[in-house]
Design a protein around this ligand. Structure first.
Ligand SMILES: Cc1cc2nc3c(=O)[nH]c(=O)nc-3n(C[C@H](O)[C@H](O)[C@H](O)COP(=O)(O)OP(=O)(O)OC[C@H]3O[C@@H](n4cnc5c(N)ncnc54)[C@H](O)[C@@H]3O)c2cc1C
Length: 500
C-alpha cells in the first residue's frame, strides 16, 4: 500500500505490552517508518508493567528444561474453557489461538528479546506448572515492557523519524472515512489541552481495561443486575460485587478507565459488538498496607506467592478455608464467605517458601507489607488460635489428600513446625483487578460489529481491551499472553498489508 507523507501507516493507542508488541513487529520486522504510539500516561507500560506472576504458556522449552512434560495446547485450552465458566459469549476460536500460539509467544520474548522466562509457577485453575517469569528477580511485566521498549528505541538511534511515542496524549475521538477508509483520529496533548488530528489506514485500540473506573463498572453491573434475569451463574454474584463496589480497592493504575469502551458505546453508527462487559475479576489478594489500611489503590500480592507455597488463613480462627490454587473467583468467594471485617485474611508462607519467593518478597518486606514472624507473635499469644494454626499447618503439610482439594504443594512447612517456627505473613484482601469484557474481535484482531462482521479492514483491537476469551474468570498469566499472541497477530497483519 502507498502512503503519502501526512498519513502514518499505523497508529497504536496504548503503550502496554499489547501496543509495544505490535509496534516492535511493525518497526523491527517489517521496517515500517512513522509508526505512532499514543498513550495518555506519561510513562510507557500501562498495567502490563505491573505484572508480577508471569506469562502462561504450554509446551515450551523452558517447561521441558524443568522436566514439566505433562502439558499441551489441548490441556491449556481445556483449563481456559473450564475457568471461563458458562459464559455464552466466549469465542472458542480465540481461545484456541491463545493456547496454541502460547509457545510462540514465549519464544518471541525469549529468542527475540532475550528474556529467560525460566522460573515456572503453577497458578490457580491451571492443571500444570506453566506461568513463566525470569529467575533474575526482575518483575516479568517490567522486564517485558522495558526490554521491548528499549529494542524499539534502539531503532530510533538509526533514524529518529522511524517511530514516534507520543506520551501524555489522549485519544478523544476517531471516525472512519468511508471513501478513503482512513481512520481520522483526534488526539489531545494533555499538558496544553490542545487537540490535533492524525490519519491512518490502520488504527489499533490497545487501551487496556477499566478496573480503575468504578462509575463505569457500577453502571454496567447495575444495568445487568436490574435486567429481568433469574440466573446469575457466576461464582461471585454480580449483586455482591455491586454491593461491595464502593469499598473495593483496585490493583490498577489510574489510567485504566476504559475511555474507548465509553467512546464506542456512544458510537451507535459503528455498531461495535461488546462481549462480557459485566464480567469483572476480583483478585483475592491485594496487600493491606498497615500505614494506609483503607487505601483504595493496593499493591497486588501476585498469585505466584500462593502457587509457590503460600496458604490463606482466617485471622479469627487460625484455620484455612479454601483451596488457595482454585480459580480466582472461587478463592475470592471463599474469602467473602468468611464474613471478616474488611474481608481481611492472612497470606502465610513457610520459611522455605519465603526464601524461594524472595525475589518479590524482599520488595514487599521493604514496603512493610510482609513480615517475618512466628505463630506466637502473629496470634498475640492467643493459645486457642495458635494451637489451631499449628495443627492446620501440620495437617496441610503431612496429609496427601488436602481437605480443600489443593493438589500442588511446594516449599512446604517443616515436620517440626511449631509456634516458634519462622513464617512470612502479609494481610490481604480482595481487589478489583481485571475486566474480562471488551470489544469483540476475530482471530486476526479485527473489530467486529453486532452482526459478527469486520467493521473496517484496518480497525484492530487487542489485549485487555477485548472480550470473548476469559468469560467469567481469567486464569493467571493469560493476560500478558493475550497481549503477546494478539499483538503478534495484529502486527503481522498490518505488516503484511504493506508488504503486498
Ligand atoms: C498489579 C497487576 C499485576 C498483574 N500481573 C499479571 C501477571 O502476572 N500476568 C498476567 O498475565 N497479567 C497480569 N496482570 C494483567 C496484565 O498486566 C494486564 O491486563 C495486561 O498487561 C493488559 O495489557 P494491555 O496492553 O492490554 O493494557 P495496558 O498495559 O494496561 O496498557 C494500556 C495503555 O493504554 C493507555 N490508554 C488508555 N486509554 C487511553 C486513551 N484514551 N488514550 C491514550 N492512551 C490510553 C493507558 O494509559 C495504558 O498505558 C496484572 C495486572 C495488574 C494491575
Amino acid at each position: 500500500m502507498q502512503i503519502s507523507n501526512d498519513i502514518v501507516p499505523a497508529i497504536i493507542i496504548g503503550s502496554g505490552l499489547t501496543g509495544l508488541t505490535i509496534s516492535d513487529i511493525l518497526i523491527n520486522q517489517y521496517k515500517l517508518k512513522n509508526i505512532t504510539i499514543i498513550d495518555k500516561n506519561p510513562r510507557v507500560g500501562g498495567n502490563s508493567i505491573k505484572a508480577s506472576s508471569g506469562i502462561s504458556a504450554a509446551g515450551t522449552q523452558q517447561q521441558l528444561n524443568l522436566q514439566i512434560e505433562n502439558d499441551s495446547n489441548d490441556i491449556f485450552f481445556e483449563d481456559i474453557m473450564k475457568s471461563s465458566g458458562k459464559s455464552k459469549n466466549i469465542n472458542q476460536v480465540l481461545i484456541e489461538k491463545l493456547s496454541s500460539d502460547s509457545k510462540s509467544a514465549v519464544d518471541y520474548l525469549h529468542k527475540r528479546h532475550g528474556l529467560k522466562l525460566d522460573k515456572i509457577s503453577k497458578l490457580g485453575g491451571h492443571s500444570v506448572r506453566r506461568t513463566h517469569k525470569s529467575s533474575n528477580g526482575i518483575p516479568p511485566g517490567f522486564e517485558m515492557v522495558s526490554t521491548i521498549e528499549k529494542n524499539i528505541l534502539n531503532q530510533l538511534d538509526d533514524d529518529s523519524t522511524e517511530v514516534s511515542f507520543k506520551m501524555n496524549t489522549k485519544l478523544i475521538n476517531f471516525f472512519i472515512n468511508k471513501k478513503t477508509f482512513l481512520k481520522e483520529v483526534t488526539l489531545m496533548d494533555i499538558p496544553t489541552g490542545k487537540t490535533f488530528k492524525l490519519k491512518t489506514p490502520n488504527l489499533v485500540l490497545a487501551t487496556g481495561g477499566f478496573s480503575a473506573n468504578k462509575n463505569l463498572i457500577g453502571k454496567i453491573l447495575d444495568s445487568e443486575v436490574s435486567k429481568k434475569q433469574t440466573e446469575d451463574n457466576n461464582i461471585i454474584p454480580k449483586k455482591l460485587i455491586l454491593a461491595k463496589l464502593e469499598t473495593l480497592p483496585t490493583s490498577n493504575g489510574d489510567f485504566a478507565t476504559g475511555d474507548l469502551i465509553e467512546l464506542l458505546l456512544g458510537k451507535p453508527e459503528l455498531s461495535c459488538q461488546f462481549k462480557d462487559l459485566s464480567e469483572v475479576q476480583i483478585h483475592p489478594t491485594g496487600f493491606i498496607d498497615p500505614t494506609e489500611p483503607n487505601a483504595l489503590n493496593k499493591i497486588l500480592a501476585g498469585e505466584q506467592l500462593r502457587g509457590n507455597g503460600g496458604i490463606l488463613i482466617n485471622p479469627s480462627t487460625g484455620g484455612r478455608f479454601v483451596n488457595e490454587l482454585d480459580t480466582r473467583d472461587r478463592v475470592t468467594k471463599g474469602i467473602f464467605d468468611q464474613n471478616l471485617e474488611n474481608d481481611t485474611v492472612y497470606l502465610v508462607l513457610s520459611e522455605e517458601s519465603g526464601l524461594y519467593n524472595m525475589d518479590t518478597l524482599g520488595f514487599y518486606m521493604k514496603k512493610g507489607l510482609v513480615n517475618k514472624t512466628t505463630a506466637e507473635d502473629l496470634f498475640a499469644n492467643d493459645e486457642h488460635k495458635i494451637a489451631k494454626f499449628v495443627s492446620e499447618i501440620k495437617s496441610y503439610s503431612i496429609l496427601k489428600d488436602d481437605r480443600f482439594g489443593r493438589d500442588f504443594k511446594i516449599n512446604n512447612f517443616k515436620d517440626t513446625f511449631n509456634e516458634k517456627s519462622c513464617i512470612y505473613i502479609g494481610k490481604v484482601t480482595p481487589i478489583l483487578h481485571y475486566t474480562m469484557g471488551g470489544l469483540a474481535i476475530n482471530e486476526h484482531g479485527l473489530v467486529l460489529n453486532d452482526k459478527n462482521k469486520v467493521i473496517d479492514s484496518g480497525l484492530y483491537a487487542a489485549g485487555e481491551q477485548t472480550g470473548g476469551i476469559h468469560g467469567k474468570n481469567r486464569l493467571g498469566g493469560c493476560s500478558l499472553l493475550e497481549s503477546v499472541v494478539f499483538g503478534l497477530e495484529v502486527g503481522k497483519n498490518i505488516g503484511e498489508s504493506f508488504a503486498k
